[in-house]
Design a protein around this ligand. Structure first.
Ligand SMILES: C[S@@+](CC[C@H](N)C(=O)[O-])C[C@H]1O[C@@H](n2cnc3c(N)ncnc32)[C@H](O)[C@@H]1O
Length: 368
């Protein structure tokens, strides 16, 4: 028999799904006093909060408007970060609602504690990759009204120089969102052969000079280990022809993006997570995703379009014989981009694209 989340949040310990490593869990239910106090803040327009040294949520008003959280609903924030989006959603869920937050970064788990202390709804944090966390929730029989992703890095990650995400600071080469994970950028740069490096830079960074950069990295590491972001920037720059070096922004930008995506298996996680998040949604539930580069956006677009597709009969058939009805309604025809005002206030929103769809049909096996 499946269990609802509201039942689960009242239990002290979750039952662990057989055969799958359970995500690290933290659960909490707020007291009635806190609920009453917070309930007063539920109505009114969604508010954007920007804690000092934190992450400015991107496309926040647009995301909340598409999700349209209602009191009592269950929402899953798959990329909690600094909780900017989650805070706005939680306010609307109210004391009878539930927010499940996922992030694989322990820093996000720390930020979650602050949100848990101030929100009225039931809350739960899962520290794990979202693909694994969503699979764990499915095993528990959890269902949700809303699920959303805000992909990529948080400002806390990129601005913490020792985490080695940024080409702007000299730091140890790392780039792990989950610092307990084994694979680091340093290991990739030290161990992957030239062909694999070039393929990664080409596919994940859309880097035109991928072959030459990979060659330059292999040459540089033959002379001395590449252990810092600055050493990597130097090796990358050496691989780019001089005229192209400063033509399209920082010469290491695309290579750093590629390495970060590879270190954190960002595309593999997304490919697994989209159908899992969709599978958790109830009828009329909404899935939304904000992506920051075309590799992510293409995946989100294809996935949602696939759910929204109706008849799949060959076009030359005079009548439909497949009988397929759309499983989703897209909530905007095109991806939603930040307004000029948001871009002026937050240049990091630059490449953001938001897409969302409403679930129309719950498949038998999904709801079982
Ligand atoms: C852009 S930030 C989210 C910011 C958040 N929406 C806010 O308003 O503060 C992305 C977050 O997702 C997390 N993340 C990225 N990929 C993840 C994955 N596969 N599993 C779990 N968390 C992930 C990162 O650690 C980061 O904290």
């Amino acid at each position: 028999m499946s269990t609802t989340l509201l039942e689960l949040v009242r239990m002290d310990e979750p039952s662990e799904p057989a055969g799958r490593k359970p995500p690290e869990l933290a659960r909490r239910r707020r007291g009635a006093g806190a609920r009453a106090g917070r309930a007063r803040r539920m109505s009114g327009p969604a508010r954007r909060t920007t804690p000092a040294g934190g992450h400015l949520p991107v496309l926040a008003e647009e995301l909340v408007s598409l999700l349209d959280p209602q009191p009592g609903q269950v929402a899953i924030d798959c990329t909690f970060g600094d909780g900017g989006h989650a805070r706005m959603v939680a306010e609307r869920l109210g004391p009878s609602g539930t927010l499940i937050a996922i992030d694989r970064d322990p820093v996000a788990e720390g930020r979650f504690a602050a949100l848990a202390a101030e929100t009225a709804c039931s809350v739960r944090f899962i520290r794990a990759g979202y693909a694994e966390a969503l699979a764990g929730l499915a095993d528990e029989g959890v269902t949700a009204d809303l699920a959303y992703f805000d992909l990529g890095m948080s400002s806390m990650q990129v601005d913490t120089r020792e985490r080695g995400f940024s080409y702007a600071y000299d730091a140890p080469l790392d780039m792990r969102m989950d610092p307990t994970q084994e694979l680091t950028a340093r290991a990739i740069v030290a161990e992957w052969d030239e062909r694999r490096l070039a393929g990664t830079l080409r596919e994940l960074g859309e880097e035109r000079h991928a072959g030459a950069i990979a060659r330059a990295i292999v040459r540089a590491r033959g002379e001395a280990p590449i252990e810092t972001t600055q050493q990597l920037v130097d090796a990358i720059s050496a691989g780019i022809p001089a005229p192209a070096r400063f033509a399209g922004g920082h010469p290491a930008k695309r290579s750093f993006q590629a390495l970060r995506i590879a270190v954190n298996d960002e595309l593999g996680q997304l490919d697994e997570a989209l159908p899992r998040a969709w599978g958790l949604l109830r009828e009329q539930g909404v899935l939304a995703a904000i992506s920051f580069h075309s590799l992510e956006d293409r995946r989100v677009k294809r996935f949602l379009a696939g759910q929204a597709q109706g008849c799949v009969c060959p076009p030359d058939l005079p009548v439909c014989v497949c009988g397929r009805e759309p499983h989703a309604a897209l909530l905007s025809r095109r991806a939603i981009a930040p307004s000029p005002e948001e871009l002026a206030a937050n240049p990091r929103a630059g490449s953001a694209h938001l897409r969302a769809a409403r679930k129309l049909v719950v498949e038998e096996e999904e709801g079982a």
